[in-house]
Each structure stands twice: as structure tokens, then as C-alpha cells.
Design a protein around this ligand. Sequence first.
Ligand code: GLA
Length: 379
Amino acid sequence: MEHSFESAFAYSPTIRSRAPGRIEFIGNHTDYNGGMVMGVAVDKGISIAASPRADNTIRMATSHGDAPTSADIANIQPLAGDASWCNYILGVVKAMQDEGMKTPHGFDIFVDSDLPSGAGLSSSAALELSTGWALSAMFNFPLDKATLARVGRKAENTFVGMPCGILDQGVSAFGEKDAIVRIDCAKESFTTIPMPKGLRFWVFNTMEKHNLVESLYATRHKECMDAFALLREAGCEAENLAAVAPDFVRKAKLPATLEMRALHVCEEHRRVIAMGKALDAGKVSEMGRLLCASHRSSSTLFENSTERLDALVEILGATQGVVGARLTGGGFGGAAMALTLDSFGEEQARTVCDAFEKQFGQRPSVFSAAAGAGARLCQ
Ligand code: GLA
């Protein structure tokens, strides 16, 4: 890592930080609707080495890239094409400026990742959070985990243009070894629950690339906002869509599509609360039931699953040692996660991939994760 910074910039870095990727455990599209969500920080992520500069230049390099990309601290604009990965760094600089943490001069930053690429583990949030910690250390900004998560989300919402909630950034900020992060997105409060013994997470990626993912995500976001506005007009007093009672939604005579989106969100929010109770009580079969119900709801009501994701979840559900499985993250392609007993290992994972490949002629990528530490500065 240090060697790479040195080969890119010809001197040694002064600051190092690291932030993990995440798995969405349960709470699909509840975050930007003020609901509850749970996720796990994985033990793989993004590492940064950085050093402040005396002038106004920001230089950004990565182990996968060619020459460093430059930007001017006084005129930060989104970059297009191959350099667009830099927008997660620049967006954080901008969002921190808006919070009164004005970067006084430029810096050099080198980014390295051991997250499997395109595996649906939110490398963008990991880059935002590792950048945030590096900036706070370089320029003495007082920063806490909740502010860091908020700044990362803001970078994504206002600079990158993705209307996501706080799940990815919150989990990457508050992750802990052997713990699940629970976020109350209405209060932006973050707590952890110990990971039950004898269980682990697996992520299977369909490798299905969907060009429309970002616009479909934005469409769902808008449908949720529209549904909530209509529910308020119908006399609902809840402060966000997740808090609306499912019965109220059923009686409100919303247009059919909006009713489906709203029902998914408010029932999924309640499933996350039920998952908290199942985890506290160690009720493994109830955890499995909730995960399967979550997937069914995403697939039939929120309509963000695909034929391949449904098939993957079905194959997983029929495999020994799987407690429950569901699509994870934005959807419209991408990955499914499985909560499994320890008895589910590489051999079972191979069988799942074989069955999927037989059906679709494409082998999923597999990632088995232990819950790891959250974003941090490294010594
Ligand atoms: C993506 C977004 C998150 C969240 C999930 C769906 O991962 O970045 O904020 O909305 O989709 O739950």
C-alpha cells in the first residue's frame, strides 16, 4: 500500500485509513423511507494512504488505474468516464465543506481495495468513509461516526446523484467484529447486536448487469415519496412511509403500483423489528422465515428482483444449511445473501453455483464473510 502511494507520488504518505464493505441483512429500501434496516460490515474493504499538499491540487490514484487524476480544491466538479470513481472522494470533500469542514489545501490520495469488485458489497460507501477519516486526520476536523455516515450519504445524494439512504454508510461506519448493525433511519441512530454463534453470511452475485439500475432505483425512490404524499393527503399522521400502518395503506385507495411499494416498505420495516426480537431470542427458524418473507415482498410488491435473483434465492432455500436467503442491496440484478449454519461450506456453495450455472449459463461469484470492524484511521 505504502509502496503504491510512493510509486504514484514519489514520497511517503502520512495518513492511512480503512473502511469495510457491507452486506444488507434485512430492510430492503426501508432506509430512505425512515425505516429500520440491518447490515453487517464485512472483513474486506478499501484502504487509503494520503498526505496533505501545500497547494490547491487534489491528486487521486488507485492500484487499478493509470496516471493519477487531478482536481482543484477551489473548483470541485463531478468527473465523467474512467475518472468517475474519483467522485466519491470529491463528493466527500464537498459534503464536508458544506458541514463547515473546509479543506484548507489539496492532498494526494491513493486507494486500494480488497473488496471483490462488483460483488454488491458497496465499495462506494467504503471509499466515502475511508476518505472522510483521512480528511479528518489530515486537516484536524472533529468527526464522529454518525457525521461521517451522513457526509458519505450526502456525497452520494448531491454529488454522485444517487438518492440512496444511510444503510451503506451507516454500516460501514458502525460495523464491529461479530456484530450486526441496526439503524433507525428516522432518528439516524445506530446500535449493534451480537452476531448469533454458529451462523454466517454468504453473498452470491448473479453477475447480472443492468444498465438501468440507477434510474430504476430513482424511480422506486420517487414512487415511495409519491405514495407517502398521497397517504398524508388521506389523513395519515405518520412521519415517514415506514411508520404508516399497513392497514392504513390497504384502505387508502392508492394507485395499485404505489400501494404495492408502500406496503412493501411498511411491512419490511416491521420485519426488521421482528428480526431484532428473533436475534435476541436466538430463534433461528424465525430469522429464516423473515428473510424469505423479505425476498418475496421485494420480488412481488417492490418488484426489484429479477428472474435470476429469484432463482438464486430458490436454489439457496432448497440447500442444506441455509437458514434463509434474500436479494440484498438495490436489486434489479446484483446479489443475494444467505444466512447459513456453519455446516454450509465451500462444497455447498459450489453446489449452489453449479445449479445456477446449469440454468443460466453463468456462474455466480461467491463471497463468504465474517462481520468485521467499521471505518477507522490506521496507525
Ligand atoms: C442500495 C442503497 C441503500 C439502500 C439499498 C436498498 O444499497 O445504497 O441506501 O437503499 O440499496 O435497501
